[in-house]
Design a protein around this ligand. Structure first.
Ligand code: FES
Length: 99
């Protein structure tokens, strides 16, 4: 619904469940329907990236970008870039999330 609703646990769960990368796309700053959801997401994104690095997960595996509903070309480009990034990195090492 809004990037501000994305809890860090959701992202960690995605990686633990086998995702090789996570792409978060939100409304442009200033355009969030809930006013500040994307700013909240941005703060969490920076913190979570640092945590993921501690787990040995490359920071490129988590990406945040802003794309409006009217930016189909940008959406395609961002998704394709993320796919290429993850392909270059290869599969996430299973031992990254040993509990
Ligand atoms: S509605 Fe909050 S980021 Fe889009």
């Amino acid at each position: 619904m809004c990037t501000g609703r994305i809890e860090p646990e959701f992202i960690i769960k995605a990686f633990k469940s086998g995702a090789d990368g996570v792409l978060i796309l939100g409304c442009h700053p200033g355009d969030c329907h809930y006013k500040e959801g994307n700013y909240k997401a941005l703060r969490r994104f920076h913190l979570l990236r640092k945590v993921l690095i501690q787990f040995g997960i490359e920071e490129e595996r988590l990406k945040l970008d802003w794309v409006s509903a009217s930016e189909a070309d940008k959406f395609v480009n961002v998704v394709n870039e993320m796919v290429e990034t993850v392909k270059k990195l290869g599969p996430l090492k299973k031992e990254s999330f040993v509990a």
